[in-house]
Design a protein around this ligand. Structure first.
Ligand code: PAF
Length: 286
C-alpha cells in the first residue's frame, strides 16, 4: 500500500493502478477510522480493483467554535488499518495541499444543505460538497462510498454528482452499530460511560419508531411525538431536531405511506450526535 501526502504523488501512485479499465473506488474519510469506515472499504473492495481511502480533516466544513482542532487525529493507526484491510492507496494531504489559498470556487447544493443539520451548521454542507468535489477531481474514482449514518451528507453528495454530471457511482452503505444500538461515529470517542448511557437513547427512540411503523402506524406526527417524548424525558440529552423526511428531498413528511427517514440530532453535553433510520411502511411486523 502507498501513502500519498500530495496530489502529485497520489496521481503518480494511481496511474499504474488504473490501467486495463480497473475500477477505482474512493472512501473519503476524516480519519479516526472505525468499523463503520472499514465496512465502506470492504464494500469498495467487492466492486473495485483499486481502493483509495482519503484521510483529511476538512477545515471548510467546521464552523468557528466547532471541534476542528479537537477532532481525533490518529494517522499512523489509520494508515496501518487501511493496509490491513486491503486499501491500495491512502491519500492524507495537509490542509495546505488541499487549500493552498482560501478557495474562491465552492460547491453549494442549495435547499438540501439548509435542511436538518444545515439549520444550525451554516455552511457545513457547502464545505463537505466542496471537499468531496475536490477529492473526486483529484482521485477520479469510478465509485465513492458513503455511510447512511450521515444521511443528509449522502443526499447532498448524490445531488451534487447528478447536477454536475460527475461520472461517479455514489454507493451508500448501511450504518454500523455497536451492540447497544449506537451508531459508530468518530465523535463517540468524546463520550465517557455516563454520557454514552444517555447517547444510546437516540438509537433506542429510532428503533421504537421503526417498530411502530412496522406495526402499522402511518401518522408521522404520532411517531414524532413519541420519539420526541422519549428523548425529552432524558435530563441530559438536548434535542436539536427530530424529523421525518422524504428520502431524496429531505422535506418533512406527515404520513408514512412511502419509505421515509427519521432523523435526529441531539447533544450530550458538548458532544453533538446524529442518527437516522428508515421508516418503511412496506415492512410488516412478524
Ligand atoms: O463524512 C466525512 O467523514 C466527511 O464529511 C467527508 C465526506 C470525508 C468530507 O470531509
Amino acid at each position: 500500500m502507498r501513502t500519498a501526502h500530495t496530489i502529485t504523488d497520489l496521481r503518480k501512485a494511481l496511474q499504474p493502478l488504473r490501467r486495463d479499465g480497473r475500477r477505482v473506488g474512493l472512501v473519503p474519510t476524516m480519519g479516526a477510522l472505525h468499523d463503520g469506515h472499514w465496512s465502506l472499504v470492504e464494500q469498495a473492495r467487492r466492486s473495485c480493483e483499486t481502493v483509495v481511502a482519503s484521510i483529511f480533516v476538512n477545515p471548510l466544513q467546521f464552523s468557528p467554535g466547532e471541534d476542528y482542532e479537537a477532532y481525533p487525529r490518529v494517522l499512523d493507526d489509520d494508515v496501518a488499518g487501511c493496509a490491513q484491510r486491503g486499501c491500495d492507496v491512502v491519500f492524507a494531504p495537509a490542509p495546505g495541499e488541499m487549500y493552498p489559498s482560501p478557495p474562491l470556487a465552492r460547491v453549494a447544493v442549495r435547499g438540501l444543505s439548509e435542511r436538518l443539520c444545515g439549520r444550525t451548521r451554516t455552511g457545513h454542507f457547502d464545505g463537505v460538497a466542496t471537499v468531496v468535489a475536490k477529492l473526486f477531481n483529484v482521485v477520479q474514482p469510478d465509485a465513492a462510498y458513503f455511510g447512511e449514518k450521515d444521511y443528509q451528507q449522502l443526499v447532498v453528495i448524490r445531488r451534487m454528482v447528478r447536477d454536475l454530471n460527475m461520472p461517479i457511482d455514489v454507493v451508500s452503505c448501511p450504518t454500523v452499530r455497536d451492540p447497544d444500538g449506537m451508531a459508530l461515529s468518530s465523535r463517540n470517542a468524546y463520550l465517557d460511560a455516563d454520557q454514552r448511557s444517555h447517547a444510546r437513547l437516540i438509537s433506542a427512540a429510532l428503533y421504537e419508531a421503526v417498530e411502530s411503523v412496522r406495526s402499522g402506524e402511518r401518522d408521522g406526527r404520532r411517531v414524532l411525538a413519541e420519539a420526541g417524548r422519549r428523548l425529552a424525558a432524558d435530563p441530559v440529552l438536548q434535542v436539536e431536531y427530530v424529523e421525518i423526511v422524504h428520502p431524496k428531498t429531505l422535506e418533512p413528511v406527515a404520513r408514512i405511506d412511502h419509505p421515509a427517514r427519521l432523523c435526529v440530532a441531539a447533544r450530550v453535553d458538548a458532544v453533538r450526535l446524529i442518527d437516522n433510520m428508515l421508516l418503511d411502511p412496506t415492512e410488516r411486523a412478524e
